[in-house]
Design a protein around this ligand. Structure first.
Ligand code: PHE
Length: 335
């Protein structure tokens, strides 16, 4: 076959039709393979042509050779992606990589620490196994107070003396004691953590989270307490949050109050919503200050203890607090 008879245009079509590197390599072989490539043969055939035709034919062939080589190179880049990106097509849409997030309880507690941090509160932690003394006595609970009942508290059966048994702390209030024993007033601190009580239903769990707050100074009043609590509830739950304060009794505060918030997550029972207790609070009892060596004639202040799960229930309108512990991704992925 003479050079002029080869249909080079058909090779151009084959190159542009190639969709994969293999298909392109096949065309490349057809053209340039050392033994049977069409171009190789055509080039080899030049020597048999008469001198006059040889020159023109060679010129013609060289033009095609250059053109087809360039087209193969261009196609190669097109298939593999631009050479600048090492074959990675940066315009390609990759499936979104699934990224997890913190569980809603630790996430909420981080926010608590952040909000109080901005108000100058220190964060402190205490152990979950406490002595009866720390959980009750230092906090001004009478020896026969009903809250000490083993029906309500998880007692630990170990070698601790009968008058000061170990237990799973029933509230974060013992951390107030630890903090005041270790620091000098004035105090401004919060202490989040797990607490344990023998309780289980839609709004109670045997293990739940609280964060305690303590602020002691020379002129700290109940007004300051309400201002701090209201600010925190608005920042953490909702600026429009509905709440109320009621009087309440806790042996370690005087006067004592409870803060309730409106919960509309219970769709079966009441469409109107329900007041849910979210915090106990009050002015720290002078006996508690005395117990830790702080002079109540100089220092005074407030304490509060919020229930974390309940705050989340209200924020997210969750019907049952227990769904926070089940580890069901269909629930957790909603947040
Ligand atoms: N410790 C109380 C409870 O768990 C809450 C509380 C904290 C009340 C601080 C007053 C002051 O119910």
């Amino acid at each position: 076959m003479s050079t002029t008879e080869t249909n080079w245009e058909s090779f151009e079509q084959k190159i542009s039709a190639a969709g994969t590197i293999d298909e392109l390599n096949a065309v490349d072989q057809e053209l340039f393979s050392r033994k049977s490539g069409a171009m190789t043969k055509a080039m080899g055939g030049l020597k048999d042509l008469p001198e006059l035709d040889k020159k023109n034919a060679a010129k013609d062939l060289n033009i095609w050779k250059k053109k087809l080589t360039e087209q193969i190179d261009a196609k190669h880049k097109e298939i593999q992606g631009s050479g600048d990106n090492d074959g990675i097509d940066i315009t390609l849409e990759l499936p979104n990589k699934e990224r997890g997030h913190l569980h809603l309880i630790p996430e909420f507690i981080r926010k608590v620490e952040e909000v109080f941090g901005r108000m100058g509160f220190d964060t402190s932690y205490g152990p979950e196994i406490e002595s009866e003394e720390m959980n009750f006595d230092f906090l001004n609970f009478a020896k026969d107070h009903a809250a000490r009942d083993a029906q309500d508290v998880f007692m630990i059966l170990d070698d601790a003396p009968a008058k000061n048994r170990n237990l799973l702390r029933a509230h974060t209030s013992p951390v107030q004691i630890r903090y005041m024993q270790q620091n000098e007033p004035p105090f401004r601190m919060i202490c989040p953590g797990k607490v344990y009580r023998k309780d289980a239903d839609a709004t109670h769990s045997p293990m739940f989270h609280q964060f305690e707050g303590l602020m002691i100074g020379k002129n700290v009043t109940l007004g300051h307490m309400k201002a701090v609590m209201i600010q925190v509830v608005r920042e953490l739950i909702d600026p429009e949050a509905e709440f109320r304060f009621r009087t309440g009794y806790f042996p370690f505060v005087e006067p004592g109050l409870e803060m309730d918030m409106m919960w509309r997550g219970d769709l079966t029972d009441s469409k109107e919503g329900k007041w849910l207790e979210i915090a106990g609070c009050g002015m720290v009892h002078p006996n508690v200050l005395k117990n830790v060596g702080v002079d109540p004639d100089i220092w005074q202040g407030f304490a509060f203890g919020f229930g974390v799960e309940r705050m989340i229930m209200i924020k997210q309108q969750i019907p049952d607090l227990r769904s926070m512990y089940e580890g069901d991704l269909r629930f957790l992925k909603q947040f």
